[in-house]
Write a protein that binds this ligand. Structure first.
Ligand code: GDP
Ligand code: ZN
Length: 454
């Protein structure tokens, strides 16, 4: 970390302002070479948390006007001396200014290198850095909230608390093993089991939060299924009509004819009217059916439609079998028509049954509520922090497996030494999660996924 790094920190696009961030021991020196404040002040003597207006120049030629912001170590994002040059936001001008800064002695920053320095310099934890990345890539309001719970340290505190409880169990067992004759309060296997059980529950809840966080971040992949003519397209249009603007707000949305991204209350649904494809003629139909099966398998939420005015048919039963045990809402449509369906039978199969009239929108609120319940969004506890990223999930999975192993060992009456092996493994996995004992390779991998300039 004795090099001074620089990168364009704002997106490379046309904009009012663009910013070059410089971090490292030579930041002030390098800024002094390329930036001249109109006040004539000496940049190298500048205090932290100050700003100067001036010009960027390249061997006597003015490149741009700029405002320079100064941060003194350790009071900066990276914890190092940092200078941020805010210039005009054109692609060419930003590249030009960056080139000047590199010519003056800075090294091009790698992906996420500023955040990596912040972690290595103790300014934030690995989980917080991952929260930063998640925040940048969040596309929904709820995704932002989940990212913040990692970024502001809630996730770190929860993980640390679990780890602490495991360390206490380990310490008690070690004391018992080492000094069996001393006056150590009786080690009740039950008490240990209880602590382990609590750790297990908290880890399981964290893992749940991963799936939920992902749903919130990207929108819930939702499949609308049901036999032809039950009203799938009508429901799709109704939902899409709730807030069409979201479609343009989320970049990279597949504007497939049968996919829509809609906001329903607090949640974002990525809707696929799968069986819309089924209704087309032959060769396409086969592909369509395959595609809807895939969609159905992959969906995080299934909206299964049935016709209120028609008795359940063979295809309906097949569908009910398929969605059993999955996060699903049964929508019984066309309630304006006379009833011919056995609702009790449906309710036996799937807990969430909503009656509605897709053509008029009646029942939409109930549908929204049922979606919350089916996806467990209603139970999401962001106060404990939300796991973000596959790396964190992997560590949590390992920790959970180890805690379960420890509990089993304890129940089977194995020696405390044997139980301790599993507890150690759990503690190790949690330390990796928070980054306290993450290897250099893990850290490098995490930051390789960051964008340059963050
Ligand atoms: P899909 O084949 O499942 O996509 O069904 P559609 O959405 O194309 O609807 C089939 C027919 O049912 C259309 O004529 C709709 O107007 C009608 N429909 C949809 N929802 C309702 C409803 O709530 N009540 C009544 N009476 N008709 C509906
Ligand atoms: Zn349709």
């Amino acid at each position: 970390m004795d090099t001074t790094i620089a990168a364009i920190a704002t997106p490379l696009a046309m904009g009012g302002v663009g910013m070059i961030r410089i971090s490292g021991p030579e930041s002030y020196e390098i800024a002094g070479k390329v930036f001249s404040p109109v006040s004539g002040k000496d940049v190298r003597q500048q205090k932290g948390y100050t700003a100067l207006f001036g010009h960027i120049h390249d061997r006597g030629r003015t490149v741009d006007e700029a405002v320079a912001l100064f941060f003194r170590a350790p009071h900066s994002y990276t914890g190092e001396d940092v200078v941020e040059l805010s210039c005009h936001g054109g692609v060419a001008v930003l590249r030009e200014v960056l080139r000047c800064v590199l010519d003056a002695g800075a090294v091009m920053a790698g992906p996420g290198e500023f955040s990596k320095r912040a972690v290595l310099g103790g300014k934030m934890t690995l989980t917080q850095a991952e929260g930063v990345m998640e925040l940048i890539s969040a596309k929904t309001r709820q995704g932002v909230a989940a990212a913040l719970s990692a970024m502001d340290g809630r996730l770190y505190r929860t993980t640390s608390a679990i780890k602490q409880s495991l360390l206490e169990v380990a310490a008690q067992m070690a004391a018992y093993v080492d000094y069996p004759d001393e006056d150590i309060p009786d080690l009740e296997g039950q008490v240990l089991g209880k602590t382990l059980g609590l750790a297990e529950d908290r880890l399981a809840a964290l893992l749940d939060s991963f799936d939920t966080g992902k749903m919130l971040q990207q929108g819930i992949e939702t499949a609308i299924v049901g036999r032809p003519n039950v009203g799938k397209s009508t429901l799709m249009n109704l939902l899409a009509g709730c807030d069409k603007s979201i479609v343009t707000q989320i970049p990279g949305t597949t504007r497939d004819v049968v996919e829509e991204v809609v906001e329903l209350g607090e949640v974002v649904l990525r809707l696929a009217d799968t069986a819309g494809l089924r209704e087309t003629d032959d060769p396409v139909e086969r592909i369509g059916v395959e595609r809807s099966v895939q969609k159905l398998d992959r969906a995080a939420l299934i909206l299964a439609l049935f016709d209120y005015s028609t008795p359940l048919a063979g295809e309906d039963w097949e569908l009910l079998e398929k969605i059993a045990g999955r996060p699903a809402v049964v929508v019984v449509n066309k309630t304006d028509l006379p009833c011919a369906i056995d609702l009790d039978e449906l309710r036996e199969k799937v807990p969430q049954v909503v009656l509605m009239q897709a053509s008029s929108g009646q029942g939409l609120e109930e549908l929204q509520q049922a979606i919350y319940t089916a996806t467990a969004l209603g139970h999401l506890d962001m106060d404990s922090g939300v796991l973000v990223g596959e790396r964190q999930r992997q560590s949590a999975v390992q920790a959970l497996a180890a805690v379960r192993g420890a509990r089993q060992a304890l129940q089977m009456g194995m020696t405390y030494d044997a139980v301790a092996v599993d507890i150690d493994a759990a503690v190790e996995a949690l330390s990796e999660l928070t980054g306290e004992s993450a290897s250099q390779q893990v850290i490098d991998t995490v930051f390789a996924n960051f964008c340059v300039g963050k």
